[in-house]
Design a protein around this ligand. Structure first.
Ligand SMILES: Nc1ncnc2c1ncn2[C@@H]1O[C@H](COP(=O)(O)OP(=O)(O)OP(=O)(O)O)[C@@H](O)[C@H]1O
Length: 336
């Protein structure tokens, strides 16, 4: 199990017109992902979900807070002692082409980590080749076809399967899939999502899915938790189905309104949720981070920051002073 408590991260912009400006990518995020469980982080571009995923995979530092893996807090450990914990958490990047070395065949790509694994576990060299074939078959590829080939000779979907096979070489406990299907042909996406779901069931590996797309979060983690992130804060958190069918935070409602098929109908007498203002990170808000875009804001929302917590009558946690079931309309939201 991996948990995070009050994780914060601020980036200082180095170059360009924004040089010197600080971006609060994460503002005190808590999370917990069970062994074999599923969780999804969703939110618009720039909300901090990739930063959080990279911190969880040990690829990015955080400013404060604590990550605990299987009961061991990471911050007191020296980097060398932390490494074996984070090695069990593997990141699957959105671009399978740049994730693979173009000058290496798939055989070479899988051979290197497997040879290391063989040395660590005192297995014979013959195991390396057997395991490479086994892993490729596990991710739905024909080893005979794929092993001698270079990444450019494979389709995007095949490359992403190779990336997943390589992640499995270290017998991970968790896969962090960051927009893992966004750069793959639409016709192949469902296959990759199905594979991740299948690996969860067959290997008991937990999957953290990072996406801006609610439908994929729902597909992959149908029994898991959804974290809705807005400007570095989790604004709603709970069971995927609960949040999708009964969101109470206006931001979640506006995010869901981008799916007309699911939430296109207004019920009579209800006020639809449409975000009113664009994102402006240069503004320092004292109150709710969503207040300036929220059609339901009150004076309290502008003055006071709501914190994530349970409220009577809602099964999920939310950070809103006016949580209510509202209908949503099919209006896509964006940054501009
Ligand atoms: N290395 C960095 N240096 C400076 N700023 C950064 C860095 N990485 C992220 N940021 C900033 O932190 C904020 C959160 O970025 P992050 O990539 O985590 O968001 P995201 O929700 O994953 O967005 P996207 O879906 O576009 O990747 C953004 O404003 C981004 O510009």
């Amino acid at each position: 199990m991996i948990t995070g408590k009050n994780i914060t991260k601020t980036f200082r912009q180095r170059g360009g017109v924004l040089a010197g400006r600080e971006v609060r990518a994460l503002r005190g995020v808590d999370f917990a992902i069970e062994k074999g469980g599923a969780a999804s982080f969703i939110g618009e571009s720039g909300c901090g979900k990739t930063t959080l995923g990279r911190i969880i995979a040990g690829l990015e530092t955080h400013d404060s807070g604590e990550i605990t893996i299987d009961g061991t807090p990471m911050s007191p450990l020296k980097p060398r002692r932390r490494e074996p914990y984070f090695r069990r958490i593997q990141l699957i990047h959105q671009d399978p082409y740049s994730a693979l070395n173009p000058t290496r065949t798939i055989h070479q790509t899988l051979n290197a980590p497997l040879a290391l694994r063989a040395r660590q576990t005192r297995r014979p060299q013959s195991w390396v080749d057997e395991r490479a074939e086994e892993l490729l078959a596990l991710v739905g590829l024909d080893p005979g076809y794929v092993l001698p080939r270079y990444p450019h000779q494979l389709s995007g979907g095949m490359r992403q399967r190779v990336v997943i096979a390589r992640a499995l070489t270290v017998d991970p406990d968790m896969l962090v899939a960051d927009e893992a299907v966004s750069m793959i042909d639409v016709s192949l996406r469902l296959g990759i999502l199905g594979l991740l779901k299948d690996l969860r069931e067959r290997l008991g590996v937990s999957v953290l899915f990072i996406t801006h797309d609610v439908a994929t979060a729902r597909y992959i983690g149908d029994d898991g938790e959804l974290y809705v992130i807005y400007r570095g804060q989790v604004v709603e958190r709970g069971h995927v189905e609960t949040i999708i069918s009964d969101p109470v935070h206006p931001y979640t409602q506006s995010l869901l309104s981008a799916i007309p098929v699911l939430h296109g109908l207004e019920r009579p007498g209800e006020q639809p949720v449409v975000p009113t203002e664009a994102l402006d990170e240069s503004h320092h808000d004292a109150g709710c981070l969503f207040a300036r875009r929220c059609p339901f804001r009150t004076e309290r929302c502008v003055a006071e920051l709501p914190v994530l917590g349970h409220a009577e009558g809602t099964p999920q946690e939310h950070a809103c002073f006016h949580p209510e079931r509202r209908s949503v309309v099919a209006t896509p939201i964006g940054r501009g």
